[in-house]
Design a protein. Structure first.
Length: 439
């Protein structure tokens, strides 16, 4: 973390805790649902909860999405409109993963607004259709954006926090869904709890910055470094969150980090078993025709990249094949080969094999890949160890020495360095190339 970033977080948290201690912290709870109309009935596809910590220096949110398939916890919280992370869900529809932004949990209605007044925020044009009136006064606002989505919002005239909202959501080939969000409670915490929650919020934001994840990522897995950064913080976070509105949220973080630590330990154990051992012999059918054998690759450094290699569903980070193509072009004149191994089930059945080859070729064209892509019956991955058997995920990366020995084994996605891309893999290749050159 940069000094300026750390100072900003410290000062924001300091002001937050001072303000919370002086006036008490307001906690607004929401319940939400993602639904679809089917045969005249509303079918609920996902339920979730959200929290808004209000009246601090900057409002803070936390979203409790589905623990298994929903938004990863590092992107489930943040400061409203300040750290790049916005409240959202992650939903898988027809095999594709979608990021679904939630309606604004707090909205600043411009001064002097009346019925018919309009203003724009984050691509949405808002128009007031009803003024606040009565004891529970709230604005009624209709909002629309250029892609055709619409929102109906009720916003508290007193605090600016959302009271309820209905929002269009589109997935797949323009299929419409509806997202509803309703405020369920609002309370002001006592001074002691307010200060403790303020400290918890500060520690969460510091951890979030240390993880260095992209705010728009859809990846659920953490890297070994990220798990190492999160693990030592669990005890403090759990203690601070006890008997506060953020207790369940922190318990979810703890369960996830502990599960991921076990996954990484299993992958490390498999790596220790394989390193410096001869890789199994293999023969792959190429998606462009012909075949490729391990014997033909002897004398070269080989990167095996096991991934689905299918055109659809296709979403970020695309198996990181773009970064892999960059490394291939960088090192292919230095005795390095890259081989994509497609783990698309369509390739395993004679009646669907051609379709599997076709979708892999389309992916290669879409991503402008020049390295070879092949497939077998899955036996090579089984011999090396499928990370999915131990709660991991593809891609799997295996680097072979010119002598055919395994010199690197990594399951899941690499952390991406802004300057060097797949820095860890790049370092592996650089060391091996230098060793071969005697440098």
């Amino acid at each position: 973390m940069t000094c300026s970033r750390a100072l900003t977080l410290f000062m924001t948290s300091l002001f937050f805790m001072i303000d919370a201690q002086a006036a008490g912290l307001k906690v607004v709870r929401f319940s939400g649902a993602l639904s679809q109309q089917a045969q005249g009935e509303s079918l609920i596809l996902r339920r979730f909860e959200a929290l808004l910590l209000h009246d601090g220096a900057v409002p803070f949110f936390a979203v409790l999405d589905d623990e298994r398939d929903g938004c990863p916890w590092p992107e489930s919280f943040g400061q409203v409109a300040s750290n790049g992370v916005t409240p959202h869900l992650i939903y898988i529809y027809e095999g594709s993963t979608y990021t679904l932004p939630l309606p604004a949990l707090v909205l600043d209605v411009p001064a002097g607004t009346t019925v018919g007044s309009q203003w724009s925020v984050d691509g949405w044009t808002h128009e007031v259709t009803a003024m606040p009136s009565g004891a529970d006064a709230s604005w009624t606002i209709e909002a629309r954006e250029r892609r055709g989505r619409r929102q109906t919002l009720n916003v508290s005239a007193d605090s600016g926090s959302l009271v309820k909202a209905t929002q269009d959501v589109f997935m797949g080939q323009g299929v419409r869904f509806e997202l509803n969000l309703n405020q369920t409670s609002s309370e002001t915490l006592d001074d002691s709890t307010s200060v403790r929650v303020g400290q918890l919020r500060s520690e969460l934001l510091t951890l979030q910055a240390a993880l260095k994840r992209r705010p728009d990522t859809q990846l659920s897995d953490l890297s070994p470094r990220q798990v190492g950064d999160a693990g030592p913080q669990l005890a403090s976070l759990t203690t601070l969150a006890a008997d506060t509105p953020l207790q369940e949220f922190v318990l979810r973080i703890r369960r996830n980090v502990e599960q991921q630590a076990r996954r990484i330990a299993q992958a490390m154990n498999r790596q220790e078993q394989l390193l410096d051992r001869a890789a199994p012999e293999f023969s792959l059918n190429l998606i462009v025709g012909g075949s490729l054998s391990s014997k033909s690759l002897r004398g070269r450094i080989v990167v095996l990249h096991f991934w689905k290699y299918a055109e659809k569903p296709l979403s970020e980070p695309y198996g990181q094949v773009g970064y892999l193509e960059f490394l291939y072009n960088k090192y292919k004149q230095m005795n390095v080969d890259v081989i994509g191994v497609a783990m698309n089930r369509a390739l395993l059945q004679s009646e669907t094999a051609r379709a599997g080859q076709r979708t892999a070729r389309k992916l290669a064209e879409f991503m402008n890949l020049s390295y070879a892509i092949g497939y077998d019956d899955g036996s090579l991955l089984r011999e090396l160890g499928d990370p999915r058997d131990s709660a991991g995920q593809l891609p799997l990366w295996v680097v072979l020495s010119p002598e055919g020995k395994i010199i690197h084994y990594h399951s899941g996605f690499y952390e991406v360095d802004r300057q060097q891309g797949l820095k860890q893999l790049n370092e592996v290749l650089t060391r091996r190339i230098r060793a071969a050159d005697g440098k």
